[in-house]
Design a protein around this ligand. Structure first.
Ligand SMILES: C[S@@+](CC[C@H](N)C(=O)[O-])C[C@H]1O[C@@H](n2cnc3c(N)ncnc32)[C@H](O)[C@@H]1O
Length: 342
């Protein structure tokens, strides 16, 4: 395969991902096309998962090059991020007649999946990108890809650094970082946001713009039927919303605010407390439940095993970030406490 045809495959694939709305066949074909080009050029593929290494940081796990490569194949995640980032770039370009939009991409992985495919849609005088990842093998692979796709003119600095402690030395219009799992577990997304957002100009865009975790009581049969009969007439479906556990965005970065206590209503038909992660990428581009692994609902507590009166949630940072909870159990006269963590 020559360079020109690789470049045209990437161009077609990104156009399709931006335009295909919810056509999952086109989405799948497009991420597969990108994956074929990117894995052949870099030599990094998800099949290598056993040979390369995660890096354990004080703020969470930086996943290995092949695991990071695998994220490309999560088609809706990739499509929605590319659409949101494309819109953010267009919005910033509107306000900057003659200057390029300056982007920091923190946590690129070996493919730079969330930015590399978009670059050919612009000229280098309109968009300039600095790259950052903690993993030198990911950066080495990415630089090979950039050279082969003739994208060197779009790239500025390449930093092999920890995004949770990195000091910005210039002004960025957009910073992008997707270093997360559902319920903000294990990976350092919150620590990256806490470090970078306060260093940005107030007008700068951080992507994703917002991550929220919500709690609801669910009925296991209704949840299962809803997935099984997806194509047919939808079966009756209901949840008891408890509310927002916490939200992380430009305004909310303080760990002390990432906590909430809910009173548990007496709803015997809805015994399973689930947590739902929603990622607002940019503008209207959202990932919600089951759209991707980063927004999979998580079963948190089963009231059939031990009824509860109140549940308090809070977020714990460190090597394994996670949500923790304290459950105040019934009967009230003999209140007991159960500590839970995800
Ligand atoms: C989930 S992968 C995402 C890869 C790619 N951006 C995508 O969305 O497909 C996360 C990437 O961020 C990097 N990473 C995680 N934590 C980091 C940190 N604190 N500093 C720098 N890079 C980090 C990992 O090495 C990995 O390459």
């Amino acid at each position: 395969m020559d360079q020109t045809s690789d470049i045209s495959i990437v161009r077609n694939a990104v156009r399709n991902l931006l335009d295909c709305a919810d056509d999952f066949l086109i989405m799948k074909q497009s991420v597969d096309a990108l994956y074929n080009v990117f894995s052949r050029i870099t030599g990094v593929s998800p099949a290598q998962i056993s040979v390369d290494k995660d890096i354990m940081l004080p703020s969470g796990k930086a996943i290995s090059p092949s695991a990071a490569a695998h994220c490309l194949l999560e088609m809706k995640r990739t499509a929605v991020f590319l659409r949101g980032i494309h819109q953010a770039v267009l919005q910033k370009l509107n306000n900057r007649a003659d200057k390029p939009v300056h982007i920091l991409y923190a946590g690129t992985g070996p493919y730079g999946t969330l930015v590399i495919p978009l670059l050919h849609l612009f000229t280098p005088d309109r968009i300039q990108v600095d790259l950052l990842d903690i993993n030198p093998f990911s950066l080495e692979a990415l630089q090979k890809l950039i050279a082969e796709l003739q994208l060197n003119d779009y790239i500025g600095y390449v930093f092999c650094e920890d995004a949770t402690t990195f000091k910005l030395s210039c002004h960025y219009n957009i910073v992008i970082s997707e270093t997360m799992l559902a319920c903000l577990k294990n990976e350092p997304q919150v620590a990256v946001m806490q470090n970078i957002i306060p260093q940005l100009h107030p007008e700068a865009i951080f992507i994703p713009e917002e991550i929220s975790i919500d709690a609801a009581l669910t009925n296991p049969k209704m949840e299962q039927d809803r997935l099984l009969y997806y194509e047919d007439e939808p079966p009756p479906f209901q949840r008891i919303a408890l509310g927002n556990v916490f939200t992380v965005n430009k305004q909310n970065l303080d760990i002390a605010r990432m906590q909430k206590t809910f009173e548990i209503p007496d709803e015997k038909d809805f015994p399973v407390l689930k947590l739902f992660t929603t990622v607002k990428v940019f503008g209207d581009e959202l990932l919600s439940e089951n759209d991707s692994s980063i927004t999979l609902p998580v079963n948190f507590y089963d009231l059939r095993k031990q009824p509860a009166q109140h549940i308090a949630f809070w977020y714990v940072q460190g090597e394994k970030p996670h949500i923790e909870s304290r459950v105040i159990c019934k009967p009230a006269l003999y209140q007991t406490e159960i500590m839970n963590s995800l």
